[in-house]
Design a binder for this molecule. Structure first.
Ligand code: ATP
Ligand code: MG
Length: 198
């Protein structure tokens, strides 16, 4: 079985995430892509970080119309920060050692991941697929890393969760940046609306 995994805070999930997953799924003929919302250091009363249950729920709503997509709460179930290597090992336990795991990231995230101490171990456990992202030069990815990953070019969607959260604070439009169901969920639950009160 060939499975893709896309980790992220999904705060909130948007079309950039969905397009990356769909492009990689098709290109590498994956049987599925699992979206894994990450536990985020919870700053109390920080309206910029939606609770894990909301981020999970929005990810479910955004992916449910695609039969190749699923969502895992693996990292949300654990307390504290999850290391990708632990998540990958847990998935290999669940799906079996013969499973080929494809670890998907955007061009910005790979630079963070490859500072991790478990880099070498991770590289043995899964293939790294890195998608282009507007504003992040793939030329910044050094030669040593380039040899260990596969770079794929996807249509540029200059969308980020940070920008969506900012727009909501300013009561600006977020339509066409993310699925309507997610937009509705955000408004129904009053997410991201207020400035941090200090
Ligand atoms: P934030 O602005 O809060 O950091 P984000 O939009 O970067 O949010 P993340 O949850 O941090 O979203 O990203 C999860 C993964 O999806 C990362 O690997 C990231 O590089 C990738 N990604 C997110 N948006 C895009 C996009 N528009 N194009 C390509 N890759 C993307
Ligand atoms: Mg990000």
């Amino acid at each position: 079985m060939r499975i893709g995994i896309l980790g992220g805070t999904f705060n909130p999930i948007h079309y950039g995430h969905l397009l990356v997953a769909a492009e990689v799924r098709e290109k590498f003929d994956l049987e599925k892509v699992i979206f894994i919302p990450s536990a985020f250091p919870p700053h109390k009363n920080d309206p910029d970080i939606a609770p894990p249950s909301d981020r999970y729920q929005m990810t479910v709503l955004a992916t449910q119309s695609n039969p190749f997509f699923s969502v895992s709460d693996l990292e949300l179930q654990r307390s504290g920060k999850s290391y990708s290597v632990e998540t990958v090992k847990e998935l290999l336990n669940i799906y079996g050692k013969d499973t080929e795991l494809y670890f998907i990231t955007g061009a910005d995230a790979i630079l963070e991941i490859f500072t991790w101490k478990d880099r070498e171990e991770l590289l043995k456990l899964c293939q790294f697929i890195v998608a282009t992202r507007p504003g992040f030069d793939t030329e910044d990815i050094e030669g040593t890393i380039l040899k260990q990953i596969q770079l794929i070019e996807i249509p540029n969607l200059d969308i980020s969760s940070t920008d969506i959260r900012q727009r909501i604070k300013e009561r600006r439009n977020i339509k066409y940046l993310l699925p309507e169901k997610v937009e509705e969920y955000i408004y129904e639950h009053g997410l991201y609306r207020t400035e941090t009160i200090r």
